[in-house]
Design a protein around this ligand. Structure first.
Ligand SMILES: *[C@@H]1O[C@H](CO)[C@@H](O)[C@H](O)[C@H]1NC(C)=O
Ligand SMILES: *[C@@H]1O[C@H](CO)[C@@H](O)[C@H](O)[C@H]1NC(C)=O
Ligand SMILES: *[C@@H]1O[C@H](CO)[C@@H](O)[C@H](O)[C@H]1NC(C)=O
Length: 222
C-alpha cells in the first residue's frame, strides 16, 4: 500500500472503530417533560442493561395517568417488534421510537403525534427484561416515570437562558482580552524598535564624532 493510500485508510478505520464503539454504548437520558400542543413529542425512556455484553430480551409497557385520573391505565405495549395501543384516547397517535430490529430493547421511547392538552399527566414506562446467562434466565424489571406538561408555547428554563448569556459574555470577554493583549504587545514591540533606533543613532553619532576627532588630530600631526 502506498503512503497516500494508508493516509486515506487510517481515518476510515478510526471512523469504523468509533461507530462500533458508539453502537454498543447505552446512555440513560431523561425524557423532556414539556410538550407543545398540536406538535409531536417524544416520550423518552431508556433502560440500559447493567451488563451490556449479556444478551437479553425485553418488552416495554407504558401506562398513563391523566391529571384528573386516580390510577394508571395501560397505554401502549411493545413486544416482539409489535406495537399495541391500549388507550382509546391515543388511537392512531402513538409511534414506536425505541430500539429497532431487536428483541433486546434498551430504548423504549414512544412518540405522540398531535399532542393535546388532555395528554398532560404522568406516564410510566416499564421494561420487563430477561437476562440470559447461558441456560439461566434472570428477570430484571425497570420502571421510569415521566411527568408531562402540555403548553401552548414552549418556555425556556432560566438555566438555559443564563447559560446562553454566559456563553456570549465569555466569548466577548475573551475577544476583548485578545485585542488588549495585541495592543499591549504592539506597543511593546514599537517601543523596543524606537529604543533600538535611538541607540543606533547615538552610536552612529558617537562613531562619527570620534572619526572627526581622529581626522582633526591627524591633520594637526601633519
Ligand atoms: C419517532 O417517531 C416519529 C413519528 O413516527 C418519527 O417522525 C421520528 O422520526 C421517530 N424518531 C426516531 C428517532 O425514531
Ligand atoms: C395531526 O394533525 C395534522 C395537521 O393538523 C393532521 O393532518 C393529521 O391528520 C393529524 N393526525 C392525527 C393522527 O390526528
Ligand atoms: C417483572 O415484571 C413482570 C411483568 O410485570 C412480572 O410478571 C414479574 O414478576 C416482574 N419480575 C420482577 C423480578 O419484578
Amino acid at each position: 500500500m502506498s503512503a497516500v493510500q494508508e493516509l486515506l485508510v487510517l481515518p476510515l478505520a478510526l471512523l469504523a472503530l468509533q461507530a462500533s464503539l458508539c453502537h454498543g454504548a447505552c446512555v440513560e437520558v431523561d425524557s423532556d417533560t414539556e410538550a407543545m400542543v398540536d406538535k409531536g413529542f417524544k416520550l423518552g425512556c431508556i433502560s440500559c442493561k447493567r451488563r451490556g455484553e449479556v444478551s437479553a430480551t425485553a418488552t416495554v409497557d407504558w401506562f398513563f395517568k391523566a391529571s384528573n385520573d386516580t390510577d394508571f391505565s395501560p397505554l401502549y405495549s411493545y413486544e416482539e417488534q409489535q406495537a399495541y395501543i391500549t388507550d382509546s384516547r391515543f388511537y392512531g397517535r402513538l409511534d414506536w421510537n425505541g430500539s429497532k430490529g431487536t428483541r433486546d430493547l434498551q430504548d423504549g421511547s414512544i412518540y405522540i403525534l398531535n399532542v393535546t392538552f388532555s395528554d398532560t399527566g404522568t406516564y410510566k414506562c416499564q421494561f420487563t427484561r430477561s437476562l440470559l446467562y447461558g441456560s439461566h434466565v434472570f428477570p430484571s424489571n425497570t420502571t421510569k416515570i415521566v411527568y408531562l406538561n402540555v403548553v401552548a408555547q414552549l418556555t425556556r428554563g432560566l438555566a438555559s437562558i443564563l447559560s446562553e448569556v454566559m456563553m456570549y459574555v465569555s466569548i466577548i470577554g475573551l475577544q476583548l482580552w485578545l485585542v488588549v493583549e495585541m495592543i499591549y504587545c504592539y506597543r511593546k514591540i514599537a517601543a523596543a524598535g524606537e529604543e533600538a533606533l535611538r541607540e543606533s543613532a547615538a552610536e552612529y553619532l558617537a562613531i562619527a564624532s570620534e572619526s572627526k576627532d581622529n581626522c582633526a588630530s591627524e591633520q594637526v600631526a601633519e
